[in-house]
Design a protein around this ligand. Sequence first.
Ligand code: 9D3
Length: 247
Amino acid sequence: MKIGLITLLPEMFAALTDFGVCGRAIREGLVELVSVNPRDFATDKHRTVDDKPFGGGPGMLMKTEPLVAAIREAKRSVAGDGETKVVYLSPQGRRVDQESIVEAASNESIIFVCGRYQGIDQRVLETEIDEEWSLGDFVISGGEFAAMAIVDAIIRRQSGALGDHESALQDSFEAGLLHCPEYTRPQTFEGREVPSVLLSGDHAAIARWRRKQALGVTQQKRPDLIAAQTLSAEQQALLAEYASDKE
Ligand code: 9D3
């Protein structure tokens, strides 16, 4: 997969390219990141990439011509004459969830436009951008950290990116449930014991306990996720058991 990144701060993406699962996937060529910097398309002596908003007011916008030239160069570079989706990251976008990640990860290519300053000209949005995505209702300083989180999530979905023990199918949210609690050594930590079923060696009992905990924890922390699905008879019984275990 080829991922285009329109950014005035391409060095930030070292956090993605140089570490961990994503670093390895990129080094192995499972994913290719192509950064295009609008500054390289600025034509004046100072290589200006910002401009004032018409109508006045505080703050600057990204300068239109270098931004559009960079987007068009990225389209050519990641998709040639073919189609590719262009996503603008902004506080006005639709909130990203795992479903959008799964869909995005199934494409041959995608381009993320990282805004800086107060954003981009509306006409660029209308003519160059297919979708507008947000991380949620909080303010960050530009699109780069959002792009990094989203590209990490996309790279995890590429086959071969994860080891067997960390398969993407096991990722939280794919089943619409949170993960159950986990425990590691020591067996007694500051007087607190690991649940005995996990030490029993009874794999069926352990699997059942984990399903029950996942349901209970999700009900407690994210009732919206439970409300969004239809529980099987077994799941309803496990939830009832979770509630009575707590008493
Ligand atoms: C002046 C009003 N604000 C616009 C709603 C200012 C503003 C805030 C933040 C302008 C740009 C930004 C930069 N934010 C992003 O680029 C961004 C973002 C975010 O702030 N929150 C959640 N998701 C995202 S994705 C990109």
